[in-house]
Design a protein around this ligand. Structure first.
Ligand code: GRF
Length: 194
């Protein structure tokens, strides 16, 4: 299976995914694409020998359809079987999502269905939740709402800040996403609880 990974920033999840696709793993990375030209993850992908592309959403001021059509054609040029969103910070419309229906994953830094959207760690702390974590789900038109494939949990500690909690959750993201991607590439769809 060929996997295209979409990023917007540092790409720490992307690096873990690429590093996991070795040996008897059924998938290999075929592309790392960023919507941000200077994203740190692009240099990391190149250092790992993975082809990279940039489609800068700012080149399509307000023309969301044009951006997504360009994204689709650029991605399809690398013939991926699976799309993994990993810190990709653009909201995608049904135009893009339908094109990759059933073969697109995302990792979200909360225990969905709690805390869809942004600032998930601050919201968990604000709510005095005892637990937080991350979720890998299939991407559907509903923002952060598709079928859940895996979750990992961490404690929220009394002196946590959004940053300290984010760091603890990110560690679990780096375990969860590779594990879910491998199962997904093998055609498994059950829920993985780490
Ligand atoms: C992280 O906050 C992660 O929770 C979310 O995207 C952000 C950046 O991740 N998935 P990465 O380091 O670019 O993979």
């Amino acid at each position: 299976k060929r996997v295209a990974i979409l990023i917007s920033g540092g790409g720490s999840n992307m690096v873990k995914l690429v590093d996991s696709m070795v040996g008897d793993h059924p998938a290999r990375p075929c592309l790392v694409l960023s919507n941000v030209a200077g994203a740190g993850g692009l240099a990391r992908a190149q250092a790992l020998g993975v082809p990279t592309e940039v489609v800068d959403h700012r080149d399509f001021k307000g023309d969301r359809e044009g951006f997504e059509k360009t994204l689709i054609s650029r991605i399809d040029g690398h013939a991926p079987d699976i799309i993994a969103l990993a810190g990709f910070m653009r909201i995608l419309t049904p135009l893009f999502i339908d094109h990759f229906a059933g073969r697109m994953l995302n990792i979200h830094p909360s225990l969905l269905p709690k805390y869809r959207g942004l600032n998930t760690h601050a919201r968990a702390i604000e709510a005095r939740d005892a637990e937080a974590g991350c979720t890998v789900h299939e991407v559907t038109a509903e923002l952060d709402g598709g079928p859940i494939l895996g979750q990992a949990r961490v404690p929220v500690l009394p002196d946590d800040t959004p940053d300290s909690l984010a760091a603890r959750v990110l560690e679990q993201e780096h375990r969860l996403y590779p594990a879910v991607l491998r199962r997904f590439a093998q055609g498994e769809r059950g829920l993985l609880q780490l």
